[in-house]
Design a protein around this ligand. Structure first.
Ligand SMILES: [Zn+2]
Length: 451
């Protein structure tokens, strides 16, 4: 019988150090330039006796994969993190975004919570397990990938297409959950079990061209502007999905008796707009609203190039996001109903929604078990991310995905505000906590009866 695997101070220090060093490598995407970050992790993994592989999808766009072998009695577990980050406007930060500096109890820098923390924790854990020669019944694979922030093409999608044998796993743990949120008296920990699909659309209107000196009410620009205004006002219809229903139920259950029925009304498509209007925190209301239907945000506008010419065509690009269970056709039908019959729709890019089904599994139970031991006062809620992650790629190879990059935030510090925000940072204690929790989950799950 092996001694149980536990994260100690040395393992947490290793994760902290790796997180700082990863932040110091500028992997702003575009252009990404993830190679030095992948190399750094490869050096660490190699020093622990593993055989990491660095694979470039394009010059400088590197993915790193390593595998700690188990007996093979069960299928592998994948730990994954993207190595690229979104841009940072240094002038708006209190500490430089690529410093990895520790101040006020936090590690500061772009990627601190999204998600160089997860790459650092996973690699530190894998290195320690390799050094201890832990007996596992499943392989544990680590994949540090490029290009998530620009749509995964050079990263997880490329890796799954060209090297599926390296990353195929029964279960995957990546981003999308694992952080705590405060709604009412009790803290909640999220575990991501679904994410919305993507449907980017180009909407085009044609009209009569003419001279700018003689305005026309039926010009392409005016018709498009009217259509966009309708979309802004009406939005798309509200729909309830099982995972969102479970999330709202779980949150409502923990609220004071008077607030409970109010939140429960979110479950009803006809009453939810009323509830959303009355939520004082508008960022919480927007987050909830995005979970209650397909959404469409007009983003890029294009029409005309001369002030005195009424153009014959006007276009808008629309960032559409679809709920689990909804197809691209469903979404286009909804969008067309709001924009009107004169607006032509052309799909630019689509990625299907992801749902982990069935949600229950040994891994789901292990996550709950560890969280309950560590945070007995917290509730655990299944979560649907309105955005997308590398889950889109790895689930195509059959992995069941749990978004669980554990980090504990102090009350008053909100994950959602730091994510892609100025002053992104991670509390040092929150990172240590996350390392311990992730180590515990991975060890218990991958060791299984091998202990
Ligand atoms: Zn991310």
């Amino acid at each position: 019988m092996q001694t149980p695997f536990r994260a100690d101070a040395e393992l947490c220090d290793h994760a902290l150090d790796l997180c700082q060093r990863l932040i110091q490598i500028d992997t702003t995407n575009p252009p990404g330039n993830e190679r030095p970050a992948a190399d750094l992790l490869a050096v660490e993994l190699r020093a622990a006796g593993l055989e990491p592989i660095v694979l470039e999808s394009a010059p400088g766009r590197a993915n790193v994969v390593a595998r700690l072998r188990g007996t093979g009695a069960k299928e592998p577990l994948l730990l994954t993190a993207h190595l690229d980050v979104v841009e940072a406007d240094a002038a708006r930060w209190r500490h430089p975004p690529f410093s990895g500096e520790i101040a006020d109890g936090c590690v500061w820098g772009r990627g601190a919570i999204d998600m160089k923390n997860m790459a650092a924790m996973s690699v530190a854990i894998l290195c320690r397990m390799a050094r201890e020669g832990l007996k596992l019944e499943r392989d544990i694979i680590f994949a540090g990938v490029a290009d998530e922030e620009a749509g995964c093409q050079q990263g997880s999608l490329w890796l799954c297409k060209h090297h599926p044998e390296l990353v195929r796993a029964e279960f995957a743990i990546g981003e999308g959950g694992g952080f705590n949120i405060f709604i009412g008296p009790r803290p909640f920990f999220t575990v991501q079990v679904a994410e919305k699909g993507v449907c980017w659309v180009r909407a085009r209107v044609r009209g009569e061209p003419g001279h700018g000196s003689m305005p026309r009410a039926d010009s392409a620009v005016i018709k498009l502007a009217e259509a966009i205004a309708r979309l802004g006002k009406r939005g798309l219809p509200r729909r309830m999905t099982a995972v969102v229903g479970d999330f709202i139920d779980a949150v409502a259950k923990e609220q004071p008796a008077l607030a409970r029925p109010f939140l429960k009304r979110l479950l009803s498509p006809s009453l939810s707009p009323f509830v959303l209007e009355r939520i004082p925190d508008r960022s919480v209301a927007r987050g909830l609203s995005a979970m209650l239907g397909n959404t469409a945000s007009p983003t890029v506008l294009r029409a005309g190039d001369k002030t005195n010419v009424i153009p014959g065509v006007a276009e808008v690009e629309i960032d559409g996001r679809t709920l689990p269970g909804q197809t691209t056709e469903d979404f286009l039908r909804e969008l067309s109903e709001v924009l009107g019959p004169e607006v032509e729709l052309e799909v630019m890019r689509e990625l299907p929604p992801v749902v982990t089904e069935p949600r229950a599994s040994d891994l789901w139970d292990t996550i709950h078990e560890v969280l309950r031991e560590r945070e007995p006062e917290a509730a655990i809620v299944p979560y649907m991310l309105p955005g997308f992650t590398d889950a889109k790629a790895f689930t195509q190879l059959g992995a069941r995905w749990y978004g669980f990059a554990p980090v504990k935030m102090p009350r008053g510090m909100r994950f959602a505000d730091l994510f892609h925000g100025h002053d992104e940072r991670i509390p040092v204690e929150g990172l240590r906590w996350g390392t311990e929790v992730l180590a515990e989950v991975v060890a218990r799950f991958a060791q299984g009866s091998a202990t």
